[in-house]
Design a protein around this ligand. Structure first.
Ligand code: ZN
Length: 373
């Protein structure tokens, strides 16, 4: 397979349904060469052609390029503190099947076995089409795919156990992957320096500059939840005091309401935010308090990074929908005056809860694309 073929696949991956003419222009090749490439890739069961939706204008019918229905798949896995989800994702990023389950409080071995069984089921269903796997996890991932997830108590876990003989295995932190996906296909597309923050149990995030996330020397960058924007009286599971992440999630809501920390802190927090949306009460007071802590910290990061856009995912999006004024006021108050005239927008992540799995699929696909020879 030539470089040009791979480039054409990349164009269709980025923009499935692109017209053959537009794809040819992007590659800088003539229509004859484009037709030849498309024919070759169709025979290799990588692409298919379809008629474009009628545009109402006269002229020659337009052909659009789509993933081949029998083409390769990336399996994407997203594991959160409470649930797991596995998807089979075709060229272009669309999911063709999803399997999911819940696991709050389970050991790594239990979650691993459930996910492994789901991956196995998809491989049985799709034969040799699954060629790569991308995994999103709620913790830090080393370059040799080992996971540390303090929030769920999983230490030095070997993620490759999920599919030991996978041809292509990629894995990453959920917030980093969500940030990448948000920059490729979501609300942060086109931003110069986007800050993505994701609250689930704790807070994670990533800085994405020109579409590329900052990963760090050991793959652990973006742990903004462990910056000391919280209450110094509170000890975080990571060992430090005053961490921001546990001051903006279900842990802090439980503390403010004098309730025990729940085993399902994400569902718990979402229930309280829903109750807060219904009107005044102790839930609303608690939710306002964490929203202000969130806004203040976002301002600090915008000051530090000079971001031009902030996207909030997970519970951050719920808070933005429910108590936007609390976030906005604390955010503006915390900004340096050079940013205050035109504060960088703080918007909900467009991919919502599917950001991490979309990012996991994206990682697997970018590793797979050059190998489609
Ligand atoms: Zn911490």
């Amino acid at each position: 397979m030539t470089t040009r073929s791979i480039e054409l696949l990349r164009v269709v991956h980025q923009d499935p349904g692109v017209t053959r003419a537009a794809a040819a222009r992007r590659l800088g090749v003539g229509t004859g060469a484009a037709t030849e490439l498309v024919t070759k890739l169709s025979r290799a069961m990588l692409l298919t052609q379809g008629p474009a939706a009628p545009s109402g204008t006269r002229g020659r019918p337009t052909t659009v390029l789509l993933p081949h229905p029998g083409g390769p798949l990336a399996l994407a896995v997203a594991i959160t503190h409470e649930a797991w989800r596995v998807e089979a994702v075709e060229l272009g990023g669309a999911s063709v099947t999803a399997l999911s389950g819940r696991h709050a409080g389970a050991t790594w071995a239990e979650v691993r076995d459930a996910v492994r069984a789901a991956l196995h089921e998809l491989r049985l269903r799709y034969g040799d089409r699954p060629r790569a796997v991308g995994v999103s996890v709620p913790g830090t991932v080393s370059r040799d795919h080992r996971l540390e997830a303090v929030g769920v108590g999983w230490h030095d876990v070997d993620l490759t156990e999920l599919w030991p003989d996978a041809e292509i295995f990629t894995a990453g932190n959920d917030a980093t992957l969500a940030a990448t996906a948000e920059s490729h296909r979501g609300a942060a597309a086109g931003a110069a320096l986007a800050l993505h923050l994701r609250i689930e149990a704790g807070l994670g995030g990533a800085v994405v500059e020109g579409g590329r996330p900052l990963i760090g020397a050991r793959g652990a960058a973006g742990e903004f939840g462990h910056m000391p924007f919280g209450d110094p009286a509170v000890r975080c599971p990571c060992g430090a005091r005053g961490c921001w992440g546990i001051a903006v999630d279900g842990h802090e809501l439980a503390r403010l309401l004098g309730e025990p920390v729940p085993v399902d802190p994400i569902t718990y927090a979402r229930r309280l935010i829903t109750a807060a949306a219904a009107g005044p009460g102790r839930e609303l007071t608690a939710v306002r308090a964490i929203a202000a802590t969130l806004g203040r910290g976002v301002a600090g990061l915008v000051n530090a990074l000079d971001a031009d856009l902030v996207t909030l995912g997970g519970l951050g999006a719920d808070l933005l929908a429910t108590v936007p004024e609390e976030i906005a006021t604390a955010y503006r108050d915390g900004l340096m005056s050079i940013h205050r005239d035109a504060p960088p927008p703080v918007v909900p992540a467009a991919l919502g809860d599917l950001g991490p799995i979309a990012g996991a699929a994206e990682e697997a696909w970018s590793a797979l694309l050059p190998r489609l020879a």
